[in-house]
Design a protein around this ligand. Structure first.
Ligand code: G6P
Length: 611
């Protein structure tokens, strides 16, 4: 959801903010805006991309060493110039940018209307700006107190930055359930929704906690709670290189991230698989190993692609560690009064570590006494801090909205967990344990081999770019891959696609099959191979077009499918790490050929921090 950037220091704020907005654009991109404080407050906002804002600002006054910017993913009010942030309070005293949702905004709005306030936009953020101003004027308090008091009246989520024209030497930032990071330079401070706009200036950061407020002037940073308890800032070092957040010659971040997977998977298991490839150590789980070994039930929660990875995790943990697993959409879990207690272990999977539904589901599981573990990519994210223990994915920043390398990193972590638990439980024989570790170590090189066939994936994309429906089929470990392949296509090319367990096809989707319907079947060499061959025949009997992902050397399917795409042989438990790659690339090429904005697909956001 929305991206936030702020700067206060001795340099011109505008270039820092506009660059920061570009880095954060993946979070939301329906409109953007900027506010600068020099002799007066300058506000520029525009529907569309940050580039549209940049053009619009060209002839304006962009001086000032203090300012902030916002890139939006609309929740309240359609994306247009007026609803874009920043929002200015009615009398121009406060300017604010906000990520999140003020749930009681209509009550607050009507109270403010009764007191004479008028509103330009349909947003909840403008209500907050006016509430702060009302408290400031009426209570004759300073800006900091006005912000803190206003926030005690707010129900909902916020990551926000506030400027006050009457106190022009400070920025006030606050968070609740929407991430904010402060970067500390020499005589300058940066604020952002994540560290990407900050890394090129400083590696020293502070992650704000829920209900923290930061009062930032050029020479001082004061941190307190909204109830005025003083806090000692905990400065951390971020380990993120600038090259990791640039495209490095690729046309899109998504393509770069797909091609990064051999390296990102290596980074995920580096230091966790012993050099001699005989054991797995997951430091983040050290204190809870005993609980995992004795677990009777694990519930995995996540959203989107992370939920798909969770499904692969279910197969892995049940198959290898013999623990009963349920996989739940976090958004369903949190609202359906689930049976969870202190004997349960919940694993929350999230690339961003900020997904609102997953965070709420974690809270519910914690309240009921469960042990909650996290599998997150973003270091220091809310989920990584809210969980009792966990494993970082170390996949590096994922900027493309359609998740790719995060999926394979999540599956890698889950495979390591399953193997480690199974082995320590005495259920997984040493031979299979060592074979799994060896296979995991071989996966990066095998992915390199799959990537060499990119031309073949592009050729499929060229042939089927105009199809209106796709079906993806898989069985066992390949079923979640079918779901993920369909999701990738939907997300970025806007073609309707469905993932289905191959055997279930007979209970519905088979009715859709005709000579125009491409059916992507993941038919690798595993225990359901014979069955999936029958499913391919069923599709062919109805004149469907079969695009099969098969294991190298397969002859049977070659004779019946319209197209065959080979991937290297691998152990069934880990094949998803290979079979997903062609599906990512086919979706990517189709989207490019259809002229879609691959990295910023319509209506989507990278990190969904609203429920
Ligand atoms: C959004 C993103 C998806 C992602 C999902 C869950 O929908 O567009 O790519 O899979 O959120 O995000 P998380 O950060 O929790 O993995």
């Amino acid at each position: 959801m929305c991206g936030i950037v702020g700067y206060i220091g001795y340099k011109n704020a505008y270039p820092i903010i506009i660059k920061g907005l570009k880095r954060l654009e993946y979070r939301g991109y329906d409109s953007s805006g900027i506010a600068l404080l020099n002799d007066s407050t300058q506000v520029y906002k525009r529907k569309g991309k940050v580039a549209d804002l940049e053009k619009f600002v060209e002839s304006g006054d962009i001086s000032g060493t203090l300012g902030m910017g916002h890139t939006r993913w609309a929740t309240h009010g359609e994306p247009n110039d007026v609803n874009a942030h920043p929002h200015v309070s009615m009398n121009g005293i406060f300017t604010i940018i906000h990520n999140g949702i003020i749930e009681n905004y209509s009550t607050l709005k009507s109270k403010l209307s009764d007191r004479g306030y008028t509103f330009q936009s349909e947003t909840d953020t403008e209500v907050l700006a006016n509430l702060i101003e009302y408290i400031y004027v009426k209570g004759k308090v300073d800006a900091e107190l006005a912000v803190r008091l206003a926030l005690t009246k707010v129900i909902g989520a916020y990551g926000l930055v506030v400027m006050c024209s009457k106190e022009p030497d400070k920025l006030i930032a606050a968070r609740k359930s929407s991430p904010l990071v402060l970067g500390i330079g020499d005589g300058e401070y940066f604020i952002a929704s994540d560290a990407t706009p900050i890394v090129e200036y400083t590696d020293r950061v502070i992650y704000l906690n829920n209900e923290d407020v930061a009062i930032i002037s050029r020479d001082e940073l004061i941190l307190k709670t909204i109830r005025n308890d003083k806090l000692t800032p905990k400065i951390q070092k971020i380990d993120l290189g600038i090259s990791e957040i640039e495209k490095n010659g690729y046309d899109h971040f998504m393509l770069k991230e797909i091609f990064e997977q051999p390296r990102s998977i290596l980074d995920t298991f580096r230091g966790r698989v012993s050099q001699d490839k005989t054991s797995i150590h997951l430091g983040g789980l050290f204190n809870v190993e005993e609980r995992l070994i004795n677990a009777k039930r694990i519930v995995i929660i996540g959203c989107g692609t992370s939920w798909h990875a969770g499904m692969v995790g279910e197969y892995l943990l049940e198959d290898i560690a013999r623990i009963s697993v349920e996989v739940e959409y976090a958004s369903e879990f949190r609202y359906r009064n689930p049976l969870i207690d202190k004997d349960d272990i919940v694993i929350a999977i999230s690339q961003s570590g900020e997904t609102a539904d997953t965070l709420a589901a974690i809270q519910l599981a914690k309240d009921r006494g469960a042990l909650v573990l996290g599998i997150c990519n973003v270091v220091g994210s809310s989920i990584s801090r809210e969980t009792h223990a966990g494993v970082y994915m170390h996949a590096g920043p994922e900027i493309g909205v359609a998740s790719t390398k995060a999926f394979t990193a999540q599956v890698t972590v889950l495979a390591m967990m399953a193997a480690m638990i199974g082995y320590k439980k005495g259920i997984l024989e040493p031979q299979r344990y060592h074979a799994l570790i060896q296979e995991l170590s071989d996966i990066p090189a095998k992915i390199e081999k799959v990537l060499l066939h990119d031309k073949a994936f592009k050729a499929i994309a060229e042939q089927y770019q105009n199809a209106t429906n796709f079906l993806y089929l898989g069985r066992g470990y390949s079923f979640p891959v079918a779901l993920e392949g369909a999701l990738k296509l939907k997300e970025i090319s806007y073609i309707h696609a469905e993932g289905y367990p191959a055997a279930e096809m007979k209970h519905g989707p088979i009715a859709l099959i005709d000579r125009n319907m491409p059916v992507v079947v993941i038919a690798t060499n595993d225990k359901s191979y014979e069955k999936i061959v029958s499913n391919i025949q069923e599709v062919k009997a109805r004149n469907g077009i079969v695009i099969a992902i098969v294991s190298e050397g397969d002859k049977t399917i070659k004779s019946m499918a319209d197209h065959v795409l080979e991937i290297p042989q691998a152990m069934e438990e880990l094949t998803s790490l290979l079979s997903v790659i062609p599906l990512q690339l086919i979706a990517y090429h189709i989207a490019v050929l259809r002229g879609c904005n691959v990295d910023q697909p319509r209506n989507l956001a990278k990190s969904v921090t609203v429920e």
